[in-house]
Design a protein around this ligand. Structure first.
Ligand code: ZN
Length: 76
């Protein structure tokens, strides 16, 4: 299973349970006990849930970075 790419037909929703809002943030995280090296997991979050999801990950020391979703275009 992979995350839908930006621009895919399916709406990209927040990862919070029961939330149907479109995602506006990507939370990159890893669990050092499970994910070795530079492997990262990602959650998508709406504006409302960005803080709650980030706090959940931060409390476990899993959070790495938070970036806008979809990512801004690279320099053309
Ligand atoms: Zn949400």
């Amino acid at each position: 299973m992979t995350l839908p790419a930006a621009g895919a037909d399916a709406p990209v929703q927040c990862s919070a349970k029961g939330c149907r809002q479109p995602a506006t943030w990507t939370l990159h995280w890893s669990n050092p006990r499970i994910h070795t090296g530079t492997r990262r997991k990602t959650w998508l979050a709406c504006d409302t849930h960005r803080d709650t999801l980030a706090a959940f990950l931060e409390a476990r020391d899993f959070l790495r970075t938070v970036t806008p979703f979809p990512p801004p275009p690279e320099n053309p």
